[in-house]
Write a protein that binds this ligand. Structure first.
Ligand code: HEM
Ligand code: HEM
Length: 183
């Protein structure tokens, strides 16, 4: 159900689907899935794009233009639409060994290293809540790209993740991303 920014949102969804897939279940790691993301998270990202503040190259190239003309009501309606779409199902990725390593990192972090349990913010099943994005079933390559990118400070609301990823190795990023895609 969409009120307010309804009409524009209903039409915009077809534009979004061209990249993010039907119902926000994207077929390519070039585009993140949006299905099942908490309303607050998606709305925040769209406002960050519109303010030209979330500035990774791909977002600058695609999402700045897409979001420029969206008003707050339309952003809210889009975020509400994606939040209730069935999430993309998990897809196994890589050997069991890698997935186990990723699971351990997700559930426990690395005690003593400044890497906290991801589950503490993103949820036990990586389902996300409020401003914390859902990570379950997201494309591993997209997740890995974000983990590597937080140090570049191109995400205005990436402060917590900048601290979280500062002590992570490339191998740990790969493992946790593979695990999350499999959920
Ligand atoms: C990223 C929403 C249209 C390409 C994102 C994100 C959101 C979003 C919320 C960030 C996801 C996250 O942080 O997990 C939308 C909406 C659209 C739309 C609501 C329609 C109004 C499009 C279109 C394209 C596109 C038409 C392609 C032409 C991308 C790319 C990224 C992105 C390339 C980021 C990839 C990366 O950082 O690696 N979009 N999008 N989007 N979107 Fe869109
Ligand atoms: C965003 C992974 C721990 C808070 C993200 C994103 C990834 C990620 C991949 C970007 C998602 C997207 O673009 O769709 C992880 C992993 C963790 C971890 C693998 C454990 C190693 C944490 C912890 C917190 C946290 C402990 C809270 C203290 C956040 C927040 C965002 C985020 C607030 C959204 C940032 C924004 O709006 O730009 N996380 N995370 N994360 N994470 Fe984490």
């Amino acid at each position: 159900d969409m009120n307010g920014g309804t009409d524009i949102a209903r039409r915009a969804i077809h534009v979004c689907a061209a990249c993010h897939g039907e119902g926000g279940r994207s077929a390519s790691a070039a585009y993140p899935s949006l299905a099942g993301q908490p309303v607050q998270y998606t709305a925040r990202q769209l406002k960050d794009f519109r303010a030209q503040q979330r500035a990774e190259a791909d977002n600058k190239a695609y999402m700045w233009g897409v979001s420029a003309l969206l008003d707050d009501d339309t952003i809210q309606a889009l975020a509400e639409y994606y939040a209730v779409q069935a999430p993309a199902p998990g897809r196994a990725r890589g050997p069991d060994r890698l997935l186990k390593e990723g699971r351990r990192l997700f559930e426990d972090g690395v005690p003593g290293s400044g890497i906290r349990a991801c589950a503490g913010c993103h949820g036990e099943r990586a389902e996300g809540a409020a401003g914390f994005p859902r990570l379950a079933g997201q494309h591993a390559d997209y997740l890995e790209r974000q983990l590597k990118g937080f140090s570049t400070r191109l995400r205005p609301h990436g402060v917590l993740m900048r601290a979280e990823t500062a002590g992570m190795s490339a191998q740990q990023m790969k493992a946790v991303a593979a695990y999350l895609q499999s959920l």
